[in-house]
Design a binder for this molecule. Sequence first.
Ligand code: RP5
Length: 291
Amino acid sequence: MALTTTASRLPLHVKARWETYPNSDVKRFPVPDGKVPWSMSWHEYVPVEYTNPKVLAGPVWADPEIRGPKAVKMKFNRVDGKINRRSHMKPDYDTPNGVPRNPCGRTGITGRGELGKWGPNHAADPLVTRWKRDDNGQEQIDPKTKKKILQFIAICRKDSGEWAIPGGMVDAGETVSVTLRREFGEEAMNSLDAPKKDQKKIEKAVKDLFKHGIEVYRGYVDDPRNTDNCWMETIAVNFHDGTGNSVGKFALHAGDDAGAVQWTDISASLKLFASHESFIEKVAIRLDAHW
Ligand code: RP5
C-alpha cells in the first residue's frame, strides 16, 4: 500500500526527494519524511533552484518564465488555452506569489528541473497486458499464490535506463486516448518482431484493443523529475488481451540495450521507473493475477 503523509492524506513522495536530480549533478536540499507536508513549518528549508538550460531555451513543450521582469501570467487550476493546468488530485493547488506549489509537499528543489510546465505536467500510461502462456498456449500459474501470471509491455527508458510503462506527455490540445495510442505506437510498436506484411494486422489489433481500456489510476506520479513547483500526473489505462490473440500474440524484441521493449512478468518484485509499480499492482488486483 502507498504511504501517505499524515498531514494531507496525499501520497508521500520518495523518488521526488532522491538526492541527485536526474541528468544533473544538482543535489536536492534533504527533506525528511516529517517535513514533506507544507503544513509543517520549517524555517531552515533552503531548496536548491534548478531548471535545465534546455527548458530555459524555450522549446515548444515548455512554459515561459513566471517570475522576474519577463514574467508571463498563466491560468493555474484551469484549462489555459490548449494546456490543461488542472490537477487530477488537488483541484485548487496553491500558487503563493503566483508560483504553483507541489501538492504532495517539499522536494528540496525549486524551479522546473527537467519539466516543461509549471504546476501539473500531464502524462498518460498505456498498460498493455496478456496472460503468460507456455509453448502449448497453456496459461502459467504461480506455484505459491496459485494465481495466473500476467505480463505487460515494458520499455527501457533511454534517459535513466529503468524499465517503465511506455507512457508519455499529453501534448497541448491532445486527448488522453490519443496520447495513449501515440505513445504506445512510438515506444513499443516500432520494436514489434514482425515482418513488414504483418504490420497492418498489428496496427488493426492495437486499434481494436485500445477501444476497450479500463482506467486503473489517475493522479500524482512519484517521478524523480518533480520539484516544489512542477510535478507529473498521469492517467494509467489497462488494455488487456485476455485471449492472447490480439496484441498478445506478437513477439517483441527482448533486447538489453537502451530503448528496449519486452513482455515482462508482473510480480511484487518488479522495480520500475517512478511509481509505475503501483499502477501495475492495481492491474494485478483488477484481474486477480499473481502479484
Ligand atoms: C511518468 O513519466 C509518467 O507516468 C509517464 O510514464 C512518463 C512521461 O514522461 P516521458 O516518458 O515523456 O519523459 O511520470
